[in-house]
Each structure stands twice: as C-alpha cells, then as structure tokens.
Design a protein. Sequence first.
Length: 667
Amino acid sequence: MVGKVLGERYEILEKIGEGGMSYVYKAKCHKLKRYVAVKVLKDSFTNNEEIVEKFKREATAIANLINPNIVNILDVGTQDNIHYIVMEYVKGKNLKEIINEHGKFAYETAISIASKVANALDCAHKNNIIHRDIKPQNILVTEEGIVKVTDFGIAKSTDSSTIAYTNSVMGSAHYFSPEQAKGSYVDCRTDLYSLGVVLYEMVTGRVPFDGDSPVTVALKHIQEPVIPPKNMNSKIPDSLNALILKAVEKEPIKRYQSAKEIIADLEKVKENPNAVINAPVDSLDDDHTRIMEPVTAEVIKQAALKNKAKAQSKVYDEDEENEDDDDYYDDDEDDDEKLTPKQKKQRVINRVLLGLAFVLIVVVAIASASMFFGNKIGAKEPAKPAVTQVDVPQVVGMTKDDAKKAIENSGLVYVEDGQQNSDKPEGTVIQTTPAFGEKANKDDKVKVVLSAGPATIKVPDLTSKPMSLDEAKKAIVGAGFSVGNISQDNSNTIEKGKVISQTPSANSDAKKDSSIDIVVSIGVKLTKVPDLVSTGSMKVDDAKVLIEAKNLKMEAVEQSTDNYDLKNKDGFIVAQSIAKDSDVPEGTTIKVYYSKYNPKPIDVQKEISGRTRDFVENQWPNRTKVSYTFDDKTQPKDSVVVGVSPAQVNPGDSVTITLKPANNPAQ
C-alpha cells in the first residue's frame, strides 16, 4: 500500500497501526497539503458484504459527530476493492502504550482521561451511535495531552435493524460487556461497561479478567465476579472503587445508565486526594478487535469441559415433580416459617443423613483407589515437597536484557531459542514458551524467541537497461516483491513503454513482499516555440515566462553593441535560436539574444582639432552623436578649432569648441 494514491489525493506514506479488522496508514492529502490517517479494511473482510456495508455506513454517520474528544472522519471511499476511511492524523500514543510504559496511573489522571472518553461517548450516544469497542488501543493521547476516541469501525446505530441479536460477536475480549459476549442486545451501557474496564486497568495496571483464549475471557465476563480494584491497589479512594464496580456490573440495569451519570460521579471522585502510584505493570497481548461466535450455553459447556472445570457431584437427585420436596430443602428463611415442626425435624435428619452419605462415598472412593494402585496411599515412601508455581511474565515486546531480568525476577530461567524475522526491532522478544499468563514451576526454563528484524532482499534493477512494463512486473514478482503504484511520465531519453524510474531504488534492501513503484515512459512530448522577436519590444524576463509555459528551457545570450542607433534597444531580444512555431520536444533549450548597448568614448579633440567651423558643422561624422557649442558664435566658417572641452565624451554628451580666425590660428 505504501506509495499508493487513494481517491486521487491521499498518498500512503507508512503503516502506523493494525487492528483486528483493518490497517491504519499515515498519508499525505495533496489537495489540502496536510497529513491524514487512512484506515483500510483488511482483504479478509472485503468480500463480507455486511462488514463492508457497516464500514461505510457507520463511518458516514460518525463523520457528523463534532466533539473535541472524537477523531474526526474526513472522507470515505472505495478504490480497486480497497475500502478506506480518512481520519484526522493524531500525533501521539494510544492509552495502551502509555499504560505499558508507565504502569498504574495516579487516580486523578485516570479520572481525567475517563471523563474525556465519557464525554466522547456522550456525544456519540446522543447521536444514536454505540462504539462497541472501547479499549485503551482506541483511545489516543496527543503530545499536548488531548484525549481522542477513535476506531468506530464496528460502531452501530441504535436504530439498526440488527442491533438486538447478531450471529457473531465483535469487539475485544478483555473489554467485552457480558451482553456482547452473549451476542445479545447492546446499548450505550455496553460502552460504559468497557469504559469501566479501561478505568480499572488504568488504576490497577491490569484488566479484571484474563485467560488463554478470547472465549475463556468472555466466559469470565459473564460468570465471574470482578475483583474490586481496591484489592489490587489499596490506595485508590473507596469512592472510585465503588464507581468502577458499578460501571462493570454484569446486569446493564445496575450500571450507569448514561455517560452523563458517570461523568458526574467522576467529577465527585476527582475531589478526593490520593497518592501517585508508579509501579510497573505487565502489558496485555492480543487485544485485537475480534469477530467470534457468541458465548452460548453450548460454548460455555465446551469451554468448561476443555478447562476441566470442577465436576459437581450430586448425591441427591431432586424430584422436580415433588414441589413439597423442593420446598423442604430450600434454605430460604421465609419458607422455614411455612414448615411444620415435623417437617423441620425431618429436614434436619435428612441433612445429617445426606452428610453421612457423602462422607461414606468419599471413604469408599479412597479405599478403592488405594486397592487399585497397590495400596500406595499411606505407603512409607517420603512425601515429595510441594512444587512452587509462578506466572510466566509478559516479556513480548521487551529487549532481551529487560526480558531476561523480568523472567529471572519471577524465579524462572531465561533461555534464548533462536531468532525469527519480524516487523519488530531486532533483538525484541516476539515469542515465549510457556506463554504469558501460563503457570510454570519455579526454576523452569522459559524459551525466548528474538526478532531478527524484517527480512530484506535486494531490489531488482529495472532502469539501468530500461525494461518494458511487462518485463518489470515479472522481475518484481520474481524477486519476491509486489508491484506497487504504476504511473506515467514523458521522457526525452527513454522510449515509450519502458521504465523511467523506480522506488525503492535498484539494489537497495527492502522487506520481502513489499511493493515497488515504477514510472513508465509515454515518450517525447512536443511543443511549439513561441515568437520572441517580431514585436521588437520583448525583454528577457518576459521571454522566460513564455518559454517555461511551453515546458521549454531558456539560455540568454548578450549581444554587445556600440551602435548609437541601437541605444534604445538596450535589453530587448533581437534574435532566437529556434524559429517561432517550430515543434520541439519539451525540455529543449531555446537561446535568446538580447541587445546590450556599450558605447565607446569619442575623442572629439583628436577628430576636429585644426578643422574649420564649416567642417564641424557639415562634414564631421560624429556631429549627430555629440552636442557642441562654439565659445564665440560670431566666428566665420573658415575659423579654426583650437580647443575642445572636454576633449573626450560618450555619445550624447556635450562639448564646447573654441574657434580662432584662420589668418591667426595661434591667437
């Protein structure tokens, strides 16, 4: 995609992010001369008409949301089966990156960020838009500290006909609401649940539920109670603890009912003091937006079997048809009052018998196991000491030195298990065995795979011996690259149909499977030479404008002259190297010749000294170029020139001539 131009204006510059459904690129809008972010739907979804339609429809709706805490949608389009959304470019980091870098937030900071996110949600909800994927990765914080919510890619209008129930679940498992996990009705309270999870993570450094698969995490959202955040961070205010627990209630009716409500309570909590916590936290992995089947009863059943959930032994089979028995074994105190003394006595007896039966079953089971395994239970063999287990820390994304320290601090042994090419920086951890969150015995080895950096190969040379377009395509694909943007341009040196230039350049190193852009020649383009002479009054600067407008080049050549008759032509073009209206290739150089008047001084005294007045007035060649006067205008025509002042002048200057009678020239 890099180098491709979408919508004839958005030039893709670099990839800056990736989600479960789309890639995000930084791009340059050539029309408005600014940077934008372009979200492109992944190829795997382009044939899913429902997702494509949502991608376009909801983006159009979101474009109407005007709020300082929502990333603006600027454009939506499709080109060559590429579906894209153009957004404002936000320079900064997402909240997940900040949590990973800095750990737990001071509660005041967490409240401030949560309030801004809630403000964005309030705007969206008022416009009947449910985000459905609120998570730290979709909350951007600019370099100036401005908070902006982005990625409404799976948002849904509350008037959508499919809002009540769906065949698939969309979102990020760690931030799911229970109703999302079940694939049931979602509304604005779904976003508030996810916001509660984000706030929980900001103040504790971890999400409330984690597991080895999205289904496991989703099940926990449905079934398990949330550990109060105050248990994880005892220094947060009780009020904030209560606020978060209310936001993540499993039943929507028990949560905050609107963003306005949670904003009001956040402002109240903000007034309470609390210490700043800067403890480091482990980062969470694989929080991509996911599409998966709803967590139905069958899914719950299968997950329970897979995870070897505790079997629930029933030693007493309830008789559903006997309502008296149901009431008889009910623990409700109100029902106790309905029982007769005889029934109460019988219930006590039954409970005792039930307990004895359970003990008997356990004893029999142990005895049977002892016999089956050769009476190993109770043998004299010394008991083995209990093995201490620890959680494998999250080190993916760390440098190998930091990873080694984290693993060893957990009581495990760091072992390097080779390198693999990846888009992560060289030396960064990209995989561990066992994986993050799994249990391992103390002193067990954790095998770490490091990034060897992106795989690079040499870019083929398409230009030193210019290839045709077909030849270039074959060379690109054959070298392990893909054909990128193909554009055309004129060339006076490369014949039509052959490659003029390529990006990246020949023989440079580039990632395998990356694209190579090429420019193909469309041949020489001709243009007509303008008329620069016939008017007789064209200056060099004027000629340059006309020449460059024809995509030609100009070379100005000075024509120096001392011809007094051309003094008024100084600076004007007097000739051109190629005649007007000639057809020449664009880029041809036209020489223009312009007049430059450089007069030579006239030695008047040398030319007329000793000559008569009549000669000066009628026969002297330069009399028209020099203004002269006689010091004595009464002298006759045969009087002689005996002096000139000044003796030398430039054409057009004045002199005074001294005359004396011819019979006495010395006087």
